[in-house]
Design a binder for this molecule. Structure first.
Ligand SMILES: *Cc1c(COP(=O)(O)O)cnc(C)c1O
Length: 360
């Protein structure tokens, strides 16, 4: 067996320990005589898995009792519709456009009401986070929407926008559990887990209870109503059972590592290794304004497309895979999520140094 250093933006690297544990339990989960994939989601054994996962997540994020935690399907992209369908009571919402995912969410919301793009960083290929201290928030806005970490462009809000008292909704797909957050500052925190938590197929939605009502857009399908899932503790229908089980294992792993404060420190250390190298390199350049840099996704370029391609190809041969950047940015992107060991980043930088020497 030969595991690579996987810098994929998602689905992405998972802790090796978690994968090994899951492999050990594959044929017989804790004496049940079956795998978690084969058991009823209504069984006692499974009930314990999903309840423990929720409890551990609540502990990790310090989620207050007046917030519901839902394990849903449909990917983060389905939330682009569910949020306006459920929350646009006045049919008005404000969106801050910091990348492709925020833009898609905004476009989807436009189908259901008046979605205002109140700020954008598209003028500079989303390489920065706009100043959000005094935005033209609509008086009757039901919520203000952000994508907190921009997976493709490698930016992150270091400070939440001033929503002037309006409910904040945040897509945290690519920074979920990467550092502590104050949940009370948000109405909704959600993300697909395939970036920083678990396998594709699960979306976690953390929502303040007063936002979960029957007063939704007319015709909203039962399955797209938060109340359906909140009232049934995510067991209205068959949930993505195996994926939730893996998420639960990752929550245990994070607790064992020391929780989110420790993860933040680790992630800062890892990112610093890469950014410090980029800042002094004569060949490679980071593409993001320094103050808005993400700890999770690090895009960089050489400025020469052919050299970029050569780098990606040689890196792959050396065991550093999935470094090709998104087509809208070009170049490279190293996603260094929670499960990427520090050693992986150090070795990548060594490899980049060597490549720089050989190609300049
Ligand atoms: C990947 C990603 C999405 C899309 O996720 P799907 O689960 O594929 O729908 C949305 N938002 C962000 C920030 C992402 O990184």
């Amino acid at each position: 067996m030969n595991r690579v250093y996987n810098f994929s933006a998602g689905p992405a690297v998972l802790p090796e320990e978690v994968l090994k544990e899951a492999a050990d339990e594959m044929l017989d989960y804790q004496g049940s005589g079956m795998s978690v994939m084969e058991m009823s989601h209504r069984s006692k054994v499974y009930d314990n898995i999903i309840k423990t996962a929720e409890k551990d997540l609540r502990e990790l994020m310090n989620i207050p009792d007046n917030y519901k935690v839902m394990f849903l399907q449909g990917g983060a992209s389905q939330q682009f519709a569910m949020i306006p369908m459920n929350l646009m009571k006045n049919k008005v919402a404000d969106y801050i456009i910091t990348g492709q995912w925020a833009k898609k969410a905004w476009k989807e919301a436009c189908k259901y009401g008046k979605a205002n793009a109140i700020a954008s960083s598209e003028d500079k290929t989303f390489s920065y986070i706009p100043d959000c201290s005094d935005l033209p928030i609509s008086e009757d806005a039901d919520y203000v929407y952000i994508c907190e970490n921009n997976t493709i462009y490698g930016t992150k809000y270091k400070e939440l926008p001033n929503t002037k008292g309006k409910t904040l909704v945040a897509d945290v797909s690519s920074c979920f559990l990467s550092e502590p957050v104050d949940v009370t500052k948000y109405g909704v925190i959600y993300g697909g887990v395939q970036k920083n938590i678990g396998p594709a197929g699960v979306v976690i939605v953390i929502m303040r209870e007063d936002l979960i009502t029957e007063d939704v857009l007319e015709g909203t399908p039962t399955m797209l109503q938060y109340k359906t899932h909140a009232d049934a503790d995510s067991l209205y229908n068959t949930p993505p059972a195996y994926g939730i089980y893996i998420c639960g294992k990752v929550f245990k792993w994070l607790k064992k590592m020391g929780g989110l404060e420790v993860m933040k420190k680790r992630n800062e250390e890892k990112a610093k290794i890469l950014y410090d190298f980029l800042d002094q390199s004569k060949l490679f350049k980071g593409t993001v304004v320094a103050k808005d840099r993400s700890l999770m996704n690090v895009p960089f370029v050489t400025g020469d497309k052919e050299l970029d391609a050569k780098f990606v190809a040689e890196a792959e041969k050396a065991g550093f895979v999935n470094l090709k950047g998104h087509r809208t940015v070009g170049g490279m992107r190293a996603s260094i999520y929670n499960a990427m060991p520090k050693e992986g980043v150090e070795k990548l930088v060594e490899f980049m140094k060597k490549f720089e020497e050989e190609n300049s």
